[in-house]
Design a protein around this ligand. Sequence first.
Ligand code: ATP
Length: 392
Amino acid sequence: MADIRLEGITKVFPSGFCAIRSLDLEVADGEFLVLVGPSGCSKTTLLRTIAGLEDLTHGRIEIGGKDVTDAPPRRRDVAMVFQNYALYPHMNVRKNLGYGLKVRRVPRAEARRRVEEVASMLGLEELLDRRPAQLSGGQRQRVAMGRAIVREPSAFLMDEPLSNLDAKLRVGVRASLAELHRRLGVTTVYVTHDQTEAMTLGQRVAVMREGRILQTDRPQKLYEEPKDLFVAAFIGSPAMNLVEARIDGRELVFGQYRVALDAGRSPAGTSRNVVLGIRPESFEDASFAPGELPTIEVEVAVLEELGADAHVFFRVDAPQVTAEALEGREDATLIADSTALFSARVDPRTRARVGERVLLAVDPSRFHFFDSETGSSLLLEPRHAAVAVAGA
Ligand code: ATP
């Protein structure tokens, strides 16, 4: 096992494209860290630099306390599992699992013991004599994982290993991956663009955008205290509702609505334009909510009844801020649409019907506020922290 330290990593490709910009990251010994972000934000490039498959333009990499910045991949004692795990088609599962050990000249008896142990750990015992073509996608994926585990490396580097599986299988393999990590306790860096996968697997999650890490935190903390708009929009499903709004003294105005602010958790008392963020579950059908919460009357545009809960969609007459717009170039405008489509997750017993009006309660203590220029969270500003203490 080993910890991983990246200091000031910069990667400029020969084309001149700067894929990673002065990035620092520490992964603790035995930790499961997920790198998540939209397509093209350099997750794979970062993983490949840790593996030694890309050389660095600047910076330093340590694995297990040793400087491996210039070490070739085989000296780093890490095992990679790729999205397109190429199993050897002419070899059976046993040989596929043992091949890496043979190449490393591990004694035959020892190799056999490790292959059998890993096969039993992954439920592959019955499949050892089959070839890859005779396996299902999920089984092939487990063999690919087994090939990495059998090497007993000090760290695993995984690049979207579940993305070729269908949705149902992915949930199952995801759970066994988490269980496997608990049992083996090997340091793991795992790349995905799927925020649900990131939240369920990661002990900590690093959110990347355009070659930088914006925030690294425990999943729940990322969800509750996103440092900026991009993290707020990226983490959570359905996504946080984001809209242009105005703080007017102790009240908040967004579109046709005006709601009293929570003095303890808002930049109240000032007058300024902000981006307001409200997670869908911060709303409730007023018939099922505590009486003291403020309410807004909305017209139901779409109703999705999902059994355990219901989603009510409604229009707010103010410009929407979307994750898609945020994913664009840095100089792109954050504003995507002139009216915002909000979603509220409410009790399934709701009597809301499409085209009718319904009263929704909303909890101002769960609002998020972001600077409309920089996108930074206003709840984490030192000045606001002082307001929060004074209000407590
Ligand atoms: P995805 O989720 O789509 O796999 P990613 O976040 O893993 O994306 P990378 O594959 O790391 O992104 O690519 C990051 C950026 O670097 C992209 O803009 C890509 O076009 C660019 N890139 C990757 N390899 C090279 C290369 N060899 N030369 C120049 N640019 C490259």
